[in-house]
Design a protein. Structure first.
Length: 175
């Protein structure tokens, strides 16, 4: 089951089913448990909306690229901006992640990654799923990509964390 994904039917789950889904995904003996990167896009999206993606997975850059991809497909650019912001804030609150300059929701990083993923999707098209998208566009796996657009001083500033700021290195973000 290591290479399989779940819920290929495309149906969503209700909030009441999330706990049962997580228990099933965890697998009783651990041998058949799915890892978060193996969740299909429907399950991943539902878990994101409910704020139930495991913390250790949400600490990965790939999770955030996948998040942008699934939200953009389902909600479009404006809906992704709103939905991802809500999902991340809900997730950070549930996990008691402190809101510091280095942790918690970062408005500029969120907006920048949404715009970059949206651009790549418009230029290169969709993939079979978010994992395939990440694999095909491996350059998106670099969590330092934003340094092409932002100086370190601006990107890691309070202003950039609290609100969306435009790049300062002479190259604008796509979109």
């Amino acid at each position: 089951m290591a290479d399989e994904q779940v819920n290929q039917s495309g149906g969503g789950v209700s909030g009441g089913e999330i706990g049962d889904m997580l228990n099933a995904l965890a697998g009783g003996d651990g041998e058949h448990a799915l890892l978060p990167y193996q969740y299909d896009d429907d399950v991943f999206y539902d878990l994101l909306v409910e704020g139930h993606v495991p913390l250790h997975y949400m600490r990965t850059h790939r999770a955030h690229v996948r998040m942008a991809y699934v939200y953009l497909l389902r909600r479009g650019l404006d809906g992704a901006r709103e939905g991802i912001g809500e999902a991340l804030k809900k997730f950070f609150a549930r996990e008691d992640v402190p809101e510091t300059l280095a942790t918690g929701f970062h408005a500029t990083m969120t907006e920048a990654w949404i715009r970059i993923v949206d651009f790549v999707m418009r230029v290169h098209g969709r993939n079979v799923n978010s994992n395939a998208f990440c694999d095909v566009h491996a350059f998106l796996g670099s969590n330092t990509l934003l340094r092409l657009f932002y100086s370190e001083g601006l990107l890691y500033s309070e202003a950039a964390k609290q609100g969306v700021v435009e790049p300062d290195l002479g190259v604008g973000l796509p979109g």
